[in-house]
Write a protein that binds this ligand. Structure first.
Ligand SMILES: Cc1cc2nc3c(=O)[nH]c(=O)nc-3n(C[C@H](O)[C@H](O)[C@H](O)COP(=O)(O)O)c2cc1C
Length: 489
């Protein structure tokens, strides 16, 4: 075990070099440790980016398990770890849980002065990890726009969690920071250009990690109810049926609380916990879902549906319906009456870290048979742990399938690239074409599978530096034109 007293990221790397029996080559703002002995092989580099902001990159295999026990002596040290490959474990000494941080994972830790933690690198596992270290006390105050922005973000983060430090936040990261991490970890150039590239990537990486944190924590409003008992949760699961039973009138929280013998606070917490919604929104969702089903499946007029679902007036129902589904009820109904109305949703998402080519194959096989029955066509790209999918078909079918797909634990962080009505199918022959890393388009039609070369979209993908949405829109465009182009184009 290596004991480190960490007063700066550079001192950490110096102590590591000493322990590993290698010299540290230091020049202004950079330090590199190259290891090639019985303890391991690879390198660890340090870059000072601006005062208070530095980067440590691990691209190394240790031949023996290495436990670094570190004691922080400054306050508010924030580490933004990102694992491009491999795995490491992190533990604050006064917390029970050990965090295993593996491929594509993002870990933010905030240490208080005198907090101690340990990092474990396992033997014979190559790790590619970037660790951006911020010493909040040393950041130069407001010299340039990005430092002002950085300061604001760090301040918010520290304010939000500083009280509870030592603090952890762990998530799967968007594909974009992963691109920066590639540059940070694999850029070996130490000349001016190389340094600029590393600095640019570090700043971008940091902002992406902060943005990722903000996005996830603000979306994830689920309040974990500490005082809820199983029986309270059980009551909350029955509320949906009660609302459906009395759907033609207004149901209030007080009424629910009295009927189910549960306090309004527990009721709110339970619904929030189970469905991620307030009670009022939950009631509204049930009513609107029923209204939507009636619009789709019955010939009832909008005022009849309004009565059945207990809305005070058709205009109020229209308003609520529009807020929820971005369609007016009459437009929603007519889109079903128009058999030719064709709809598309395309999205990108991050595959779960354990995804294998075999899993992707299974998803596609299932998709083909389901999509065939529901007359849905489209294309699925799987590349670099990222999915991109285009689904086209009748609006309701596509939306229902998309909703089902959003619930699938095999991926996360779905972002819609495009959605709307279209006039022609681009994939009329393909219930679900698959494009994987080899740039091959696998097309299955009527149980025959053929392979088509799509001009190596995937390689173009690699070289693209566009930000993600533009990138995915471009792929969308490429696929759209390629798939409708006559053979040989
Ligand atoms: C990236 C991705 C794309 C998917 N695409 C489809 C699809 O096009 N059609 C389909 O039926 N299922 C698709 N699935 C699977 C669905 O999410 C879901 O597992 C499937 O509809 C079966 O649901 P069930 O197990 O609840 O019946 C996809 C899953 C993932 C992760």
């Amino acid at each position: 075990m290596l004991e480190i007293i960490e007063d700066s990221a550079l001192s950490k790397v110096r102590q590591l070099a000493k322990y590993l029996d290698v010299s540290l080559v230091e020049s202004y703002g950079v330090a590199v440790l190259r290891l090639d002995n019985k303890k391991g092989k690879g390198y660890i580099s340090y870059f000072s980016i601006i005062p208070g902001l530095s980067l440590v990159v691990f691209n190394i295999t240790f031949y023996e398990k290495l436990v670094i026990h570190k004691k922080i002596i400054e306050d508010q040290i924030i580490d933004f770890y990102y694992v491009l490959n491999g795995i490491f474990k992190h533990q604050f000494s006064d917390m029970d849980s050990i965090r295993k941080v593996d491929k594509n994972r993002n870990l933010i830790t905030i240490s208080n002065s005198n907090s101690t933690s340990s990092i474990t690198f396992l033997e014979n596992i190559k790790i590619e990890v970037s660790d951006i270290v911020i010493n909040n006390q040393l950041l130069p105050r407001g010299t340039t726009n990005y430092i002002r922005q950085l300061e604001r973000n760090v301040k918010e983060l520290v304010q939000k969690v500083g009280e509870t430090a030592p603090f952890y936040y762990e998530s799967l990261i968007d594909p974009i920071p992963a691109e920066y991490a590639q540059i940070l970890i694999n850029n070996k150039k130490m000349d001016v250009m190389g340094r600029l590239m590393t600095e640019g990537a570090a700043i971008n990486m940091l902002f992406s990690q902060l943005k990722n944190y903000e996005k996830e924590t603000s979306e994830n409003k689920i309040y974990l109810p500490t005082k809820l008992k199983d029986e309270d949760l059980l009551k909350c699961t029955k509320i949906g049926d009660y609302i459906k039973k009395y759907i033609n009138r207004r149901v209030t929280i007080t009424e629910l609380s009295k009927h189910f013998l549960i306090s309004t606070k527990k009721l709110q917490n339970g619904i929030q916990f189970l469905y991620g919604d307030t009670v009022n929104r939950y009631i509204s969702n049930i009513k609107l879902t029923h209204a939507k089903e009636l619009l789709q499946k019955s010939d009832l007029s909008i005022s009849e549906i309004c009565k059945i679902c207990g809305y005070p007036s058709p205009s109020y129902l229209s308003k609520k319906f529009f807020e929820r589904y971005h369609f007016l009820p009459k437009d929603y109904k007519s889109s079903f009456q128009n058999k030719n109305a064709l709809f598309e949703i395309s999205y990108r998402s991050v595959a779960s870290p354990s995804m294998t080519p075999e899993d992707v194959k299974q998803i596609v096989e299932k998709a083909i048979s389901f999509n065939k029955i529901h007359n849905i066509t489209g294309c699925l790209i799987y590349h670099n742990q990222t999915f991109f999918q285009i689904l086209e078909g009748a609006k309701e079918e596509v939306m229902r399938l998309y909703y089902q797909i959003t619930q699938d634990p095999r991926h996360s962080s779905l972002v819609i690239v495009w959605k709307g009505v279209k006039f022609v199918r681009n994939f009329s022959m393909w219930n679900m074409a698959l494009v994987t890393d080899n740039g091959n388009l696998r097309v299955t039609y009527e149980d025959n599978t053929e392979h088509q070369d799509l001009g190596n979209i995937m390689n173009n993908l690699d070289s693209s530096k566009a930000i993600s949405d533009i990138l995915w829109k471009r792929i969308h465009k490429v696929i759209e034109t390629r798939s409708t182009a006559p053979p040989g184009v």
